[in-house]
Design a binder for this molecule. Structure first.
Ligand SMILES: Cc1ncc(C[n+]2csc(CCOP(=O)(O)OP(=O)(O)O)c2C)c(N)n1
Ligand code: SF4
Length: 258
């Protein structure tokens, strides 16, 4: 039987969103970045806001996000995405603006930009991919590296006596008055993917209502940096990352009286 006889429109139940470009993703097989991209694009498509959205790409493995997402994108220097997003949103308030950043980008190099944009209550969406290390540059320790977790700059595991404690930046940001909605999700199982998509939808709906920062952390794997197979890394993430970074909503707005 010819493949064309199988792939008929009526047989297709799931396919690549048209908001992905034709560029093959540069991520390692098994990495959560690609799934996170897809969920983001599905939400933009379902809200029909793809022509009104500007994404700010980071430095890190997702530096090339502008090659993969077929929407308007601006690349920012490492850690500066929230500052660039502030300018874009203020100059074009009718646009939907989001940042997409790793933990090295958002919680280390861009700590100041992150905290101040959140504290000011800028009206955009922040997507934070936390894989516990600096993926792109070879798996160095990040502020998010767990106690005892191995990284290329702490090959015997993070010793908090010497290297300090991990930073739960998401909980910290939730304390700030300019931050409206904070949630921590994952993309390693179909159920987790569904919840992430719902969270991203809420975040963009909040932006429509001009509510301030909506912050979606996605705890993710870096199977290459962790030196594991994709399956091992997902299991390791469940056993080690989730107890320290529990999934679920952290700050949910109270229902407003109508
Ligand atoms: C100011 C600055 N410092 C350091 C670097 C080098 N650098 C590029 S990517 C990267 C790590 C990125 O890690 P992360 O943000 O966690 O993203 P991931 O690759 O894990 O997705 C670093 C340190 C840089 N480009 N600019
Ligand atoms: S190095 Fe890690 S974060 Fe980067 S693409 Fe590979 S698995 Fe993903």
């Amino acid at each position: 039987m010819d493949i064309k006889d199988i792939i008929k429109p009526e047989n297709i139940v799931y396919q690549k969103t048209k908001l992905f470009t034709e560029k093959p993703l540069s991520y390692c097989p098994g990495c959560g970045h690609g799934t996170a991209h897809r969920m983001l694009l599905e939400v933009l498509e379902e809200m029909n806001i793809q022509d009104k959205t500007v994404g700010i790409a980071p430095v890190g493995c997702s530096v090339l996000a502008y090659e993969f997402l077929d929407i308007d994108m601006q690349q920012a220097a490492h850690g500066r995405a929230p500052a660039v997003a502030t300018a874009v949103k203020r100059l074009m308030p009718d646009k939907f603006v989001f940042t997409y950043q790793g933990d090295g980008d958002l919680a280390a190099i861009g700590t100041a930009e992150t905290i101040h944009a959140c504290n000011r209550g800028e009206n955009f969406t922040m997507i934070f991919i936390n894989n516990g290390i600096y993926g792109m540059t070879g798996g160095q320790m990040a502020p998010t590296t767990l106690p005892g977790m191995r990284a290329s700059t702490c090959p015997f595991g993070r010793d908090t006596e010497i290297m300090g404690n991990p930073l739960k930046i998401t909980e910290l940001l939730a304390q700030l008055p300019g931050v409206y909605y904070v949630t921590r999700q994952a993309v390693h199982t179909p159920n987790a993917v569904r919840k992430t998509k719902k969270a991203l939808r809420i975040a963009f709906e909040n932006q429509k209502l001009k509510k301030g920062i909506s912050f979606v952390e996605i705890v993710s794997n870096c199977n290459s940096g962790w030196k594991m197979t994709p399956n091992q890394s997902n299991k390791w993430m469940e056993d080690n990352m989730f107890p320290f970074y529990p999934l679920g909503d952290i700050k949910v707005p109270q229902l407003e009286k109508v």
